[in-house]
Write a protein that binds this ligand. Structure first.
Ligand SMILES: [Zn+2]
Length: 288
């Protein structure tokens, strides 16, 4: 992705000013008519500045022209992109969320972040991984824009985090069940839930997003898994397989997914809220 032109209406002491970042084009934005004219620069010398000059982290192989109508606020984000020299595509935060194809907040896996289909709105916020106050240049890099839930976006504003969700997940970090007493088969007070790692960065991330605290609210799901583990013993599973294999479910794994109520592969955790929790505890209980 090449940043070509940036129009800033209001940002700190910059008012109604255009910035041309590419020597390949000359651009002019008419803020009265709301029109951008882009011309190839006849005097352009290819690779004069060497490779990678003016290139931000690539989201698609697309050149972007950003028309900021609210400073750097991505809530009002409007961009036009050219997939080729001739084809113009409007781009905005709605499309970013759609194209990333994730359905849950990547910071917490607790909330859905679907787009609204009819009114083209979003149920998510757009978090700036590197804050736009400290790093205004990255405010327009797609790599820096993380669709997230309201709670996480707010918590992160108060506390910077080190792990970029496109780069790392919660590797080797699992939810663990701690049985307290014999009531654990029918009461959420009979066990504790813990989410901890041996990695300082991950632990800091867990702390920033208050995941240990927030996930205590989902202990009812764990209780159901404990009860299912007691009901669906091996002989009952065999019985169900004899009866329904090939009709209600494909195979044993399919039946186990149905019982645990979650996706069990790591790649699919972002598809459904609380999948990481359900997967880890189902694993621990031997349900999957
Ligand atoms: Zn979240």
């Amino acid at each position: 992705m090449e940043l070509v032109y940036l129009w800033v209406e209001e940002y700190k002491n910059i008012h109604n000013q255009g910035f041309n970042f590419s020597p390949r084009f000359s651009c002019e934005y008419d803020d009265v008519e709301n029109e951008l004219s882009i011309k190839e620069n006849d005097d352009y010398i290819e690779n004069f500045f060497g490779e990678n000059y003016n290139y931000l982290n690539s989201y698609t192989n697309t050149k972007f022209f950003l028309l900021g109508n609210e400073g750097f606020s991505l809530a009002k984000f409007e961009a036009v992109a050219f997939d080729s020299e001739t084809e113009r595509v409007d781009y905005n935060a709605y499309k970013l969320v759609k194209d990333l194809n994730i359905s849950t907040c990547p910071y917490c896996n607790r909330r859905t972040i679907y787009n609204l289909q009819k009114s083209k709105g979003r149920t998510s916020e757009i978090d700036h991984f590197y804050s736009k106050e400290k790093y205004p240049y990255f405010a327009i890099s797609f790599y820096n824009l993380i669709p997230s839930c309201k709670v996480c976006n707010k918590l992160k504003m108060e506390d910077e985090v080190a792990i970029h969700p496109y780069e790392r997940g919660f590797e080797n970090t699992n939810f663990k069940l701690k049985i307290k007493d014999s009531t654990f088969y029918h009461s959420v007070n009979g066990f504790d839930l813990e989410f901890k790692s041996k990695d300082n960065q991950i632990d800091k991330q867990i702390e920033t997003f208050k995941l240990n605290d927030l996930y205590q609210n989902h202990k009812d799901i764990i209780l159901e898994l404990i009860q299912k583990e007691a009901i669906y013993n091996e002989s009952y599973l065999d019985e169900l397989l004899t009866q329904y294999e090939g009709t209600l479910f494909k195979n044993r794994e399919d039946l186990q997914r149905l019982i645990s109520g979650g996706y069990v592969s790591d790649e699919e955790i972002g598809k459904r809220p609380l999948s990481k929790l359900v997967k880890d505890i189902s694993d621990e209980l031997g349900l999957i």
